[in-house]
Design a protein around this ligand. Structure first.
Ligand code: DC
Length: 220
């Protein structure tokens, strides 16, 4: 039987990362954070002192970086040129650069292929923006998580606090909105809801409540 894929899509700070990670652990599936791959390309471009707003410079980075995938702690993870970046890809600098990187069609094609190849690791819970629409249109289950802009800003603000990068909630909200607009407005694979996705509004729900709703619908 081919490996199963559960797609968890939604905008930034909709709660999908934590939910997808917990769901994967509960079902004993591998967790995949697809956004991390776009972040890694943005981070590596900046590391190389290249301009992430110039597609040619991003694509040169993509051509010269060596990416390997491995499984650890229930997730599919990766090394770039032998190094696994973690906190480095979550900075506001990378967050500010990643939307233009993710809008480049050749970048999307490369990441989409990496993601499709991950089925070799087993059953997957994959979170992102276009998993149910583009990467795995035939996914066994598709969920689209959303939350109000205020709730999403509060969550992202809380996430940024430990990194010492927390701006005020209003600024976090406007940076999220800018990113949403870029992600929804790009011509290749814009953020949209798959026709057959189940939409879950997570506003006012705890992570565990959302996981319970999805696990039940996913048959776990
Ligand atoms: O989920 P995140 O914030 O880590 O995503 C980082 C960026 O990558 C964000 O600008 C949206 C983009 N992305 C995408 O275009 N497609 C995906 N499947 C996942 C993320």
């Amino acid at each position: 039987m081919p490996n199963r894929v559960i797609a968890v899509d939604g905008p930034a700070a909709s709660g999908k990362s934590t939910v997808a990670r917990k769901l994967a652990a509960q079902l004993n599936y591998r967790y995949v954070d697809s956004g991390a791959l776009y972040r890694v390309i943005a981070w590596k471009t900046l590391e190389n002192s290249r301009d992430t707003a110039q597609p040619a410079e991003v694509l040169e980075t993509l051509r010269t970086m060596r990416v390997e995938f491995f499984e650890a702690e229930g997730a599919v993870r990766y090394r770039v040129d032998g190094y696994e970046p973690r906190a480095e890809i979550r900075t506001e600098r990378v967050s500010g650069a990643v939307s233009s990187v993710a809008a480049i069609p050749e970048v999307r094609a490369a990441v989409t292929q990496w993601l499709r190849d991950m089925v070799r690791f087993g059953n997957l819970v994959m979170e992102g923006r276009d998993i149910g629409t583009v990467v795995f249109p035939g996914a066994d289950q598709k969920f689209y998580l959303d939350a109000s802009p205020e709730e999403r800003a509060r969550r992202r603000h809380a996430e940024l606090k430990p990194t010492g990068e927390a701006a005020d909630v209003g600024r976090v909200m406007s940076s999220l909105q800018t990113r949403d607009q870029k992600d929804s407005g790009r011509s290749t694979a814009p953020l949209c809801i798959a026709a057959d996705a189940q939409v879950v509004d997570t506003t006012g729900l705890t992570i565990d409540q959302v996981v319970a709703v999805i696990a039940q619908r996913a048959g776990g």
